[in-house]
Design a protein around this ligand. Sequence first.
Ligand SMILES: CC(C)(COP(=O)(O)OP(=O)(O)OC[C@H]1O[C@@H](n2cnc3c(N)ncnc32)[C@H](O)[C@@H]1OP(=O)(O)O)[C@@H](O)C(=O)NCCC(=O)NCCS
Length: 169
Amino acid sequence: MQAAVKLLVRLGAMSVTVTGPVGNQSANCMPILRALPHWFGIPSALDAYSRDIDALPTFVARRDSQACGFLTVKRHFPQSAEVLVMGVLPELHRRGVCRALMGAAERWLRGEGVIYLQVKTRGPSQPDEGYAQTRAFYVALGFTPLEEIPTLWNGANPALIMVKKLASD
Ligand SMILES: CC(C)(COP(=O)(O)OP(=O)(O)OC[C@H]1O[C@@H](n2cnc3c(N)ncnc32)[C@H](O)[C@@H]1OP(=O)(O)O)[C@@H](O)C(=O)NCCC(=O)NCCS
């Protein structure tokens, strides 16, 4: 496995460091999810995310040493992985933090031999401005909507699978 990297990324007037992949990050990352209740408001789901963030490879963006964004990935097969959970503090949205996190994660995954990266998010059949913005982020970063599965989670929360090809097979 490749070593973790630490990068200094300049985003306009702001700088962040992006570190990863690292484990045991729930103490740093859970405050970010709690600041995003529209997406992460279900207590049992938060508990599961906390366990995943500790157990799985995570990329963390820090501003002035404080975690301000993160992204956790799960490897399903040697050629495929998933962005399991990600978030950026609301006051820093649209500053390029998650683009920097995704870039670092994709470089690492490519080096590990991953070809396809998927994400699951709420699909367009249940209109919601917040999730429309989430999907716009994924599309801007090169993900393509693949399939909406209404029954994967629950009727109020149709799951959209999006996929990005990271390397030629
Ligand atoms: C989705 C999220 C992680 C994006 O993080 P971010 O750091 O704000 O995103 P970036 O600034 O790196 O955006 C990169 C590009 O994505 C697109 N984008 C990001 N936010 C967008 C929005 N609200 N509306 C439309 N496009 C958007 C833009 O093309 C943007 O580039 P630009 O600003 O140069 O036009 C952040 O909005 C967030 O925390 N959302 C809530 C949590 C969430 O949705 N998690 C995923 C659950 S499935």
